[in-house]
Design a protein around this ligand. Structure first.
Ligand SMILES: Cc1ncc(COP(=O)(O)O)c(C=O)c1O
Length: 397
């Protein structure tokens, strides 16, 4: 019996590593533990979610359509058109969108969908940012392609530097994962960056998969989306897939509902692929999801609550540990010198659980990774808990 060696090559997943690191450590007994390592939304979803699921309870016996109901598909197409101010018809319910049982599975399956055995007569490459969100690494690593980690930092605005991609690499690139807003760094691509990436994808015939799950949690300006870049280039969605989720926008991580949109040829292929190994979205969940995508009243107040958390963090940290307000998402990416050691100390001495940046990044040949100096801190608690936790961090570090 063998386990797929590609799985072993990926190493331990982020949170297993964190558990192994912190399990032997007993946090100070006199302080209440505060978990800031996971990005689990703490706000409740709108009540309509539970009401609509309950109202469709007679549908739990039915296998749902893999392609999604027409109601959900049109709610998604309408939301995309509104959110990204697209010309009518740029995204249609029939051809351009496909519901997913959470974005995670779609991001992973995207690599199985598009990575061939060979590209331009060579082993195919899958490009991804470093540091990364685990699923992008998983898709890249299990696809059969060679994962190519593109280092990002404040100097590159937390985005892969497109100037550093050689034509030789681009020729054998099959897939490029981008995360915007980025988990963990909060960086957001601007319109020029996305247009350039899409043009490269078309020139070298690879697929751009943009994870836009945090697009509704932003500080100042709404992050630009891949579809807006495609629209500016004439409206053709060729070579583009964008991924969206209700997990953060509507605080519905437990609903497992998201979607992929983009190039109609890829969407048709995605449906075929998911018929083999994807999970349908249950009909009561589809009904609730359609209503959530149609509703904007809960989205702005939710964003404001995250902004207040960032304000609370800024009031405590000011410019320490390289604090900056993330353009999007709800994570702080703090430069603490040695992220693993800081996470250990914060748990032992302050009962605050954080995630070492090293566990979201890949070391290079010299053994160092671009996440080594950092911890990721999820701002999901209320402001006073965040302030108390960060005060404790300051005391220890
Ligand atoms: C960057 C990023 N993409 C995707 C996901 C998964 O989203 P979903 O709940 O829709 O599967 C997460 C979840 O934390 C995430 O941080």
């Amino acid at each position: 019996m063998t386990i797929n060696p590609r799985l072993d090559a990926l190493g331990e997943p982020t949170f297993s590593r964190l558990t192994q690191l912190l399990a032997p450590i007993a946090p100070r007994a006199n302080e209440t533990p505060i978990v800031m390592s996971v990005g689990d939304p703490m706000h409740q979803p709108p009540p309509m979610l539970a009401e609509i699921v309950a109202a469709h309870a007679q549908l739990w016996n039915k296998y749902p359509p893999m392609a999604g109901t027409p109601e959900l598909r049109s709610a998604i197409a309408d939301w995309l058109t509104r959110r990204y101010r697209l010309a009518p018809g740029t995204v249609t319910a029939d051809r351009h969108v496909l519901p997913l049982a959470g974005t995670k599975e779609g991001l992973f399956l995207a690599a199985l969908l598009v990575v061939p055995e060979r590209k331009a007569g060579q082993p195919p490459a899958v490009l991804l940012p470093n540091p990364f969100y685990l699923t992008h690494q998983g898709g890249a690593g299990l696809s059969g392609g060679e994962p190519v980690y593109l280092e990002t930092s404040a100097a590159t605005s937390h985005l892969p530097d497109l100037d550093r991609l050689s034509p030789a690499l681009l020729q054998r690139t099959a897939l490029f994962y981008l995360c915007s807003p980025d988990n963990p760094t909060g960086g957001c691509a601007d319109q020029a960056y996305l247009e350039r990436l899409l043009l490269l994808a078309r020139q070298y015939d690879f697929v751009v998969a943009i994870d836009e799950c945090y697009c509704e949690i932003y500080d100042r300006t709404p992050p630009v989306g891949g579809l807006e870049a495609a629209a500016a280039l004439g409206g053709d969605l060729a070579n583009l897939l964008v991924f969206h989720s209700l997990s953060k926008r509507s605080n519905a991580g437990g609903l497992r509902s998201g979607f992929v949109a983009g190039d109609p040829r890829l969407i048709a292929g995605f449906l075929r692929l998911r018929n083999y190994g994807g999970s349908q979205v249950p009909l009561p969940v589809q009904a609730a999801s359609a209503a959530l995508w149609r509703d904007e009243t809960h989205v702005g107040p939710n964003r404001d609550r995250y902004r207040a958390k960032i304000d609370a963090a800024e009031a405590v940290l000011r410019d320490r540990f390289g604090f900056y307000r993330p353009d999007g998402g709800f994570f702080l990416w703090l430069d603490v010198g040695d992220g693993v050691r800081a996470a250990e100390r914060l748990w032992r001495e302050a009962a605050v659980r954080t995630l070492p940046g090293r566990y979201m990044s890949r070391p290079g040949s010299d053994g160092t990774s671009p996440g080594d100096r950092f911890i990721r801190v999820a701002l999901v608690h209320d402001e006073s808990t965040i302030a108390a936790a960060l005060e404790r961090c300051l005391r220890v570090l």
